[in-house]
Design a protein around this ligand. Structure first.
Ligand SMILES: Nc1ncnc2c1ncn2[C@@H]1O[C@H](COP(=O)(O)OP(=O)(O)OP(=O)(O)O)[C@@H](O)[C@H]1O
Ligand SMILES: [Mg+2]
Length: 434
C-alpha cells in the first residue's frame, strides 16, 4: 500500500527544496528531496511516491528526461513540473509527456497546495480505476472459469440424459420383445422336452423290435434289416437326440437373453429393503461358483459395511455379471479379488481380475447394450449394460480400469443414503444369471 502523502521534490536548488518542504510538511505531507534527475530516479526505484514535483532545468539529466522515464514506469506517479521556464510550448510538451500540472516559479503557497491536492486526487482516482480494472479482469476470469465448468457440467448432464433416454427406449423395446418372445419360447422349450421324451420311447421301441427280428422268417428279417439301413434309422435316432439337445440348449440361451432384457423393463414389482452388500456378493458367488471354480482363486476383502436400502437380488445380479465376466476374461488360472469398503458416505465394491484386460478403445463401448468381444453363443453383450442400469437405479456409478494383458478392475460406488424406491416406482424383480 503506497503512502498517499509522500511527495518527491526534485530541484537542484537547495533553497527551493527547503521552501517546498516547509510548505508541504506544514500541510501534512511527507517530503523527500532529490538534487538531480539521477538521484530522483534512484529514490523512485526503491520507494513509492504518488507525486513528484519536478524542476526542468537541472544539471545532468533534464526534468523532461526524468518525466519521460517516470511516465514509462509500471505505475507512473503524478508529476507536476515546477519551473522558472514560463513558456507555453514547454508547458504543452510537459503535459503531452504526461505531467498533470505546470507551475511557474515564483508561486504562492496556496497555488502549490491546490496543485498538489489536485494531483493526489487524480492519482487516487487512477489507483481506484486500476484496482477496479484488475478486479474486473479477475472477475471476468473467474466468471469465464465458472461458465466453462457450467458448460462441461451441462454437456455431461446432456450425455447422461441421452444415455438414459437411450436406455429408456431400449427398456421399452426390450420389455415388448421380452414379452413377445417369452410365450413361444415357453412352448417351444416344453415341446422340445416332450419330443425328447418321445424320442426315448421310439428308440426303446426300436430296441424291442431288434429282439423280435430273430423270430421273423429269414427273408423278412433281411428285408427289415435293409429297410432299417436304407432309412438310416439308427443314425436318425442318434442324430435326433443331438438335434433336440442342441435345440433345448438354444432355448435355454433365448430364455437367458429374455431374462436379461426384462431387467430394462420396470414392469415386475419389487420393493427395496435393508440389505448387506457383502451378503449380495456371497449370493452372487454361490450362483456363479460353477463358472468360477475352475478358472480363478477368489480372494475376499470385505469391509465392515452398514446395511443399505437397496434391491439385493438386482445387486446380486450385478455382481454375478461382473464375476462371470472376470472368469471369462481369464485364460488358464487367475485371481479374482473382491474388495468392499465404505468411504465418504459411499459403499465401494471393487472386483478385480488378472484376465486379458480391455483395449483402451473398447473401454467406453463395453457398457453399451449388445457390445461383446466374445464368440457367438458365449456373450450377448447385455451384461454390463444391465449392470449400469441397476447401479444407476441405486444412485451409484461404475468405473473401469484395465490394462491389456494384466487385468481389469470394475469399481461400483453406491451412496449409503439413496431413495431407491423413488427411482423405481415399478421396480424390476431379481433376474436369473446374466
Ligand atoms: N473383466 C473383464 N475383462 C476383460 N474384458 C471384459 C471384462 N468384463 C467385460 N469385458 C468386455 O466387455 C464386453 C461386454 O461385457 P458384457 O458383460 O456386457 O457382455 P458379454 O460378457 O460379452 O456378454 P453377456 O454378459 O451378455 O454374456 C465383453 O465382451 C468383454 O469384451
Ligand atoms: Mg458378461
Amino acid at each position: 500500500m503506497e503512502d498517499t502523502t509522500a511527495i518527491l521534490v526534485v530541484d537542484d536548488d537547495q533553497a527551493t527544496q527547503e521552501l517546498f518542504s516547509r510548505y508541504l510538511t506544514g500541510a501534512g505531507y511527507l517530503t523527500t528531496c532529490a538534487a538531480s534527475g539521477r538521484e530522483a530516479l534512484e529514490l523512485f526505484a526503491g520507494n513509492f511516491f504518488p507525486l513528484v514535483l519536478l524542476d526542468i532545468t537541472m544539471p545532468g539529466m533534464s526534468g523532461m528526461a526524468v518525466l519521460r522515464q517516470l511516465r514509462n514506469s509500471d505505475f507512473p506517479p503524478e508529476v507536476i513540473m515546477v519551473t522558472a521556464v514560463d513558456d507555453p510550448a514547454v508547458a504543452a510538451t510537459a503535459l503531452e509527456l504526461g505531467a498533470c500540472g505546470y507551475l511557474v516559479k515564483p508561486f504562492e503557497k496556496n497555488e502549490l497546495l491546490i496543485y498538489v491536492a489536485h494531483a493526489l486526487r487524480l492519482r487516487e482516482l487512477e489507483r481506484a480505476n486500476r484496482e477496479y480494472r484488475d478486479n474486473l479482469e479477475q472477475q471476468v476470469q473467474e466468471r469465464t472459469r465458472q461458465l466453462e465448468q457450467a458448460c462441461r457440467d451441462l454437456k455431461a448432464s446432456q450425455d447422461q440424459l441421452l444415455h438414459q433416454e437411450k436406455l429408456a427406449t431400449i427398456g421399452h423395446l426390450a420389455a415388448g420383445v421380452a414379452h413377445e418372445i417369452n410365450n413361444p419360447t415357453g412352448y417351444i422349450g416344453s415341446n422340445l422336452g416332450t419330443l425328447t421324451k418321445y424320442m426315448g420311447h421310439i428308440s426303446g421301441f426300436i430296441g424291442l423290435l431288434d429282439g423280435f427280428s430273430s423270430a421273423l422268417p429269414p427273408e423278412k428279417a433281411v428285408e427289415l434289416a435293409l429297410a432299417r439301413k436304407d432309412f438310416k434309422i439308427d443314425f436318425l435316432v442318434e442324430d435326433s437326440r443331438d438335434i433336440l439337445a442342441e435345440c433345448l440348449e438354444g432355448v435355454g440361451r433365448i430364455k437367458k437373453i429374455v431374462e436379461g432384457l426384462k431387467t430394462f423393463s420396470r414392469k415386475d414389482q419389487n420393493t427395496a429393503c435393508l440389505a448387506s452388500i457383502n451378503d449380495c456378493l456371497e449370493n452372487a458367488l454361490t450362483v456363479a461358483w460353477n463358472e468360477l471354480k475352475y478358472k480363478a482363486t477368489v480372494e475376499k476383502d470385505y469391509g465392515d459395511l452398514p446395511l443399505i436400502r437397496c434391491y439385493p437380488n438386482q445387486l446380486a445380479q450385478v455382481f454375478m455379471n461382473l464375476l462371470v465376466n472376470a472368469a471369462q476374461a481369464i485364460t488358464g488360472q487367475g485371481i479374482i479379488h473382491i474388495r468392499t469398503y465404505a468411504e465418504n458416505n459411499l459403499i465401494y465394491i471393487a472386483i478385480a481380475d488378472t484376465g486379458c484386460g480391455i483395449a483402451p478403445e473398447n473401454q467406453k463401448k463395453i457398457f453399451a447394450p449388445f457390445f461383446t468381444t466374445k464368440e457367438e453363443g458365449v456373450g450377448t453383450g447385455l451384461g454390463l449394460s444391465i449392470v449400469t442400469e441397476i447401479v444407476a437405479r441405486h444412485g451409484g456409478e461404475i468405473t473401469v480400469a484395465s490394462e491389456v494383458g494384466k487385468g481389469t478392475t470394475f469399481t461400483i460406488s453406491i451412496p449409503l443414503q439413496h431413495d431407491a424406491d423413488a427411482d423405481q416406482p415399478e421396480a424390476a424383480t431379481a433376474l436369473a444369471a446374466g
